[in-house]
Design a protein around this ligand. Structure first.
Ligand code: GLA
Length: 392
């Protein structure tokens, strides 16, 4: 993590333009504490925003053009405001640029605003959120962009609407069929808290985590195995869930509960049933985690994290050996609980660890990766933090 991204964004902007900046906005990545692949099934999730952010510094232009540049890619990409409404879905921008331009496109589409009334802009991005680690670097770009454009263009959207627009960019501009968890976490995050989100109603509840006061650290173990949700496997899982819901005659797997599983098993092939069982049991684990956090505090959620990981490994089959090794090594060395986080097929695991055991757990994970001849993981701690905001 560089922690210098804010300055980097401003410096990059100054290489693009001499205009006086309009301001700077930022939005965080997220860690999902529990509730994986439940969001697009109208289910429950419990993510928190992390203290790694993407910053965007913005300056006005005197023509009707939007340009985006970033510290993580060399190309400056531009579009005229007049072309914006038709730029997607058949756009050929480099993938990273489809996130900010996709958000601008989604905002124009949703608001119906006359683009001749909008101001041209230069946007310069820099990020502390590792790309491909499953920490939602994309939602951080979307959240920062949506917050900036909403303020500058005076569109008047609230945070939930901005999250929806971020997902629209991801789904319809980038073409990744994801749910809304990441954007909601990035927009609504609060310090020391997770966001309990009902993905059907989009109602949220702030759930205090109390990691710091309980002497706990949240360790992220980035396996450095890269994934992309725009590609096949994520889409395939989503299709299996839709198939399971169709077989049961329901709108989404949200409507299936633990005591329906026996009946479901009779009606489905083994693979489809196991995909559905993951979603149903995971929804229950999210509800249990919210209750346990409230009643007994974060030291008591370890078993739920482990059960979630086992379900993703065995039923949903989205883990990889590096993630399993990270989880096993962390728990053997004394972590309270651990699980892969995010969409899977690579990315990061999280481990909840007593501060006194942190170094031991990190050493154990590193040693386990060496023993398995995996590439070295990147280890760092994160703290539950504030969502999208204007910084300057
Ligand atoms: C990715 C997607 C989310 C969610 C998770 C899995 O992060 O962007 O919408 O589906 O995977 O829980």
């Amino acid at each position: 993590m560089t922690q210098e991204a804010s300055a980097d964004a401003r410096t990059l902007l100054s290489t693009l333009t001499d205009a006086t900046p309009l301001g700077e906005w930022s939005a965080p990545g997220r860690v999902n504490l529990i509730g994986e692949h439940t969001d697009y099934n109208d289910g429950f999730v419990l993510p928190f925003a992390i203290d790694c952010r993407t910053y965007v510094a913005v300056a006005p232009r005197d023509d009707a053009t939007i340009r985006v540049a970033s510290a993580f890619a060399s190309d400056v990409v531009e579009t005229t405001l007049a072309d914006l409404p038709t730029r997607f879905p058949n756009d050929r921008s480099p993938e990273w640029a489809a996130y900010p331009l996709g958000v601008a496109w989604a905002m124009v589409r949703a608001s119906g605003v006359d683009t001749t009334t909008l101001r041209g802009l230069d946007l310069a991005f820099a990020s502390e959120v590792s790309v491909g680690a499953g920490l939602s670097s994309s939602a951080a770009i979307e959240g920062a962009t949506a917050s900036a454009l909403n303020d500058i263009w005076a569109l008047g959207s609230d945070r939930v609407e901005l999250a929806r627009l971020g997902r629209a960019a991801e789904n319809d501009a980038v073409g990744a069929p994801t749910g809304i968890m990441d954007q909601m976490a990035s927009m609504l995050g609060r310090p020391d808290a997770a966001i309990f989100l009902d993905c059907r109603s989009l109602e949220t509840e702030v759930v205090t985590l109390g990691f710091a006061t309980s002497g706990l650290e949240m360790l992220v173990i980035d396996t450095n195995v890269k994934h992309s949700h725009a590609t096949g496997s994520y889409r395939e899982r989503r299709a299996s869930c839709e198939k399971a819901a169709t077989i049961m005659g329901i709108a989404s797997l949200r409507e299936l509960h633990m005591d329906d599983l026996e009946r479901a098993e009779q009606m489905m092939d083994d693979v489809t049933f196991r995909r559905a069982r993951h979603v149903v049991t995971e929804n229950q684990r999210v509800l249990d985690a919210v209750r346990v956090l409230h009643d007994d505090g974060p030291n008591a959620i370890g078993d739920l994290l482990l059960a979630s990981h086992a379900s993703m490994r065995d039923d949903f089959e989205i883990s990889v050996p590096e993630l399993d090794t990270a989880v096993e090594a962390a728990v053997s060395a004394g972590a309270i609980g651990a699980r892969m986080t995010g969409g899977g097929f690579g990315g990061a695991a999280i481990a909840l660890v007593d501060r006194a055991k942190l170094e031991r757990v990190k050493d154990a994970v590193t040693a386990a990766f060496v023993a398995s001849r995996f590439g070295a993981p990147t280890l760092f701690t994160v703290a539950p933090s504030e969502g999208a905001r204007r910084d300057a």
